[in-house]
Design a binder for this molecule. Structure first.
Ligand SMILES: NC(=O)C1=CN([C@@H]2O[C@H](COP(=O)(O)OP(=O)(O)OC[C@H]3O[C@@H](n4cnc5c(N)ncnc54)[C@H](OP(=O)(O)O)[C@@H]3O)[C@@H](O)[C@H]2O)C=CC1
Ligand SMILES: O=C(CO)[C@H](O)[C@H](O)COP(=O)(O)O
Length: 635
């Protein structure tokens, strides 16, 4: 959306444009800043510019306007005194023209009060004579205060009923935050929430009314008005629960929208559902973008990591908006990329969450060992985590755990009052199912899912704890030494968690021919998302030269050094009656991966013994299936 504020010098274009920019969050540009040097010199000397002087300047501005529009819009202050100048500036449709006008004495007074400006006040008369007052746009008498003028511009803007560039359905935690993020980034956004009589009424209109500071945000309680207030092709983002709700919502939309419109599913949908929906929707001419979103409420509000897949042409139409609202990596590049066709965006979000489960469980295991084995209190543990943050183990999840551990309640700590039953919505489990169905090893991360499941059986755990007289036993070994082992064991477990998740992505990418770019996936996970960390930053470069984390030279060096720390900590924990599902599975996954001579020959022999399943001999270059009559050898 482009606003152009026109008027002669002294009419207040810059003041009004800047204030409008502050309220709409669209960037502000002053056309004077784009004059070639020769024009600036002429104006400083009081020589009026002629049309020949203005032409290159106007053409530059027209190009800029197209670029700004492609990036979501802008506000331009430009005298644009003649109609043919304004025609050159009309490089995109739908420009909102605001023409400022005032009495000559008032304008003169303003110009005389100006400092540090190259405009010679003597040029005002020539400008007023040149001005061809247009018949279109909004004409504003500038004698009012800047705030009063901007209010009038908003009233005019409302009366235009300009269609929103983006629509969001679902005003829950994520939908609201993304809507505010868009509005704050200058995107006109319409929001809608379902109407459930007596329960869910006026959610969207109330939300927009509560956020008057964002004039580009409009709320609708009726789906028809919501859809008719969207620019074509419509860009509709669903932020509602995964599963049946998405199918029902899509079905409702299908009867109301047109071919070419774009539906973006930003929830945590299962990727195979997204594959199915992609096929159905594309057959109907509706473009579908299944998009992973990570960062929780805070990320959605201030900059999430976005993982869109699906229709690549439609992605081209929405990418300027996504780039505006996404988090930025260290180089300032938006944490969003086109992931691949169909449900690939939801697939990588699912794996992201699975790594998230693994990372969370690892921190929980480490905390438990420190608390019950080393007898440290939450504040001491938080301090250690903060030290680790400074020592190469920086991650969002470790940081928030330190924050959590510091929250006190009465004489104790809030964390101790939280029931130890972990919830889950599905993404971790879906990753495990996907891995198992496709014969992909997943033990480290699958144990994080199992740990949550075991945790949720609290009453049974309590009963068994009594039967077994379970007690955590404190460690007798040196605390400093244990902490040193623990830090390295934690660091190696994290590497293995990431290896497990990225390996699943590689294998599934090959199966679906998605050609996922792992360096780019790691890059969009370096900020905005829950698993952002310095390790993730390393993976960006690692995946430029390797197809597997465990093949990287630096990783090999660290893993060789830290494997004994991991083995020591797992052994110590188990010997003192701690459950260490992810750390122990990580150790087993690691050794399972790096051992050339595995124990599977025994499995093959057993299978052949009881079921004639056959085996292959190591010394057979043709790898023919063999069977042995094992009973023949039985003594
Ligand atoms: N919260 C998080 O940290 C993250 C969540 N996600 C995913 O984003 C999606 C939305 O999550 P979140 O905002 O947290 O969820 P909330 O529960 O906060 O909000 C859900 C929204 O969906 C609406 N809704 C619920 N059921 C239906 C339905 N059957 N039809 C239409 N609308 C419905 C709700 O409306 P009403 O108020 O009327 O019930 C509400 O506006 C989910 O898929 C979630 O997994 C993704 C990343 C992070
Ligand atoms: O997607 C997310 C973050 O990336 C959500 O927070 C997700 O809901 C967390 O999953 P679960 O509820 O299963 O722990």
């Amino acid at each position: 959306m482009i606003f152009i504020i026109t008027g002669v010098s002294g009419s207040g274009k810059t003041t009004i444009g800047s204030l409008l920019s502050k309220k709409t969050h669209l960037p502000f540009f002053d056309a004077d800043d784009f004059h070639p040097k020769a024009n600036v010199e002429k104006m400083t000397q009081g020589i009026p510019l002629d049309d020949h002087d203005r032409m290159p300047w106007l053409k530059t501005l027209a190009e800029k306007i197209s670029g700004w529009e492609n990036h979501g819009g802008a506000i331009l202050a430009c005298s644009a005194l003649k109609e043919n100048y304004r025609q050159i500036l009309q490089s995109v449709p739908g420009i909102i023209w605001i023409h400022l006008k005032g009495e000559k004495p008032l304008l003169e007074e303003r110009l005389l009060n100006r400092k540090n400006h190259y405009m010679n006040p003597g040029l005002l008369t020539s400008q007023l004579e040149t001005w061809e007052e247009p018949e279109y746009g909004f004409h504003l008498d500038v004698s009012d205060t800047p705030e009063g003028l901007v209010d009038k511009i908003f009233q005019y803007f409302d009366s235009l009923n300009i269609p929103a560039h983006f629509g969001i359905i679902g005003m829950g935690v994520m939908g609201k935050s993304l809507a505010l993020n868009m509005a704050e980034n200058g995107v006109p956004v319409a929001v809608y929430n379902r109407f459930v009589s007596g329960k869910e009424e006026k959610i969207a209109t109330t939300f927009a009314a509560d956020h008057k500071e964002f004039p580009l945000l409009k709320g609708f309680d009726d789906i028809h008005s919501f859809l008719s207030n969207l620019q074509h092709p419509r860009k509709i983002l669903l932020m509602i629960p995964a599963g049946a709700a998405i199918d029902v919502q899509i079905d409702q939309l299908l009867s109301l929208i047109n071919p070419g419109d774009i539906i973006i599913d930003g929830g945590n949908s299962f990727f195979e559902d997204s594959n199915r929906r992609s096929v159905i929707l594309e057959a109907k001419g509706i473009h579908f973008i299944p998009m992973g979103v990570s960062g929780g409420e805070e990320g959605a509000r201030n900059g999430p990591s976005l993982m869109p897949g699906g229709n690549s042409n439609a992605y081209g139409l929405i990418s300027p908006y996504l780039k505006k609202i996404a988090a930025k990596d260290k180089q300032g590049k938006a944490c969003v990329t086109y992931v691949g066709s169909q449900g690939s965006g939801h697939f990588i979000k699912m794996v992201h969450n699975s790594i998230e489960y693994g990372e969370m469980q690892t921190i929980a295991e480490v905390t438990h060992l420190m608390r019950k084995g080393l007898k440290l209190n939450p504040l001491e543990i938080a301090n250690i985590f903060r030290e680790w943050q400074q020592e190469g183990l920086k991650s969002y999840l470790l940081e928030i755990t330190a924050d959590i551990l510091e929250v006190r309640e009465n004489d104790g700590f809030l964390v101790d009052m939280i029931l130890d039953e972990a919830g889950q919505k599905g993404t971790g489990g879906w990753s495990l199912i996907t891995a198992i169905q496709n014969h992909i090893p997943y033990s480290a991360l699958s144990e994080a899912v199992t740990a949550r499941q075991l945790s949720s059986k609290k009453s049974n755990r309590a009963e068994l704890a009594k039967l077994y007289n379970h007690q955590f036993r404190a460690f007798a070994e040196d605390k400093v030494l244990i902490l040193s082992h623990l830090k390295k064991a934690y660091a190696l477990t994290r590497i293995i968690n990431h290896e497990t998740g990225f390996n699943l992505m590689k294998e599934i990418s090959d199966i679906f021919k998605w050609e996922l770019d792992f360096s780019e996936i790691a890059r969009i996970w370096t900020n905005g998302c829950i698993i952002r960390s310095t390790l993730m930053e390393e993976l960006v470069d690692l995946y430029k030269n390797n197809d597997q984390i465990l093949k990287d030279k630096k990783i090999i060096q660290r893993a060789k050094e830290w494997k004994s720390d991991l083995a020591y900590i797992v052994g110590l924990g188990l010997q003192h009656d701690f459950a260490m599902p992810v750390m122990s599975a990580a150790a087993n996954y690691f050794f399972g991966k790096i051992i050339e001579d595995s124990s599977a020959n025994i499995i093959q022999a057993q299978r052949d013994y009881f079921g004639a399943h056959t085996y292959i001999r190591r010394d057979d270059p043709e790898k023919k299936s063999q069977h042995t009559e094992w009973l023949f050898y039985k003594k």
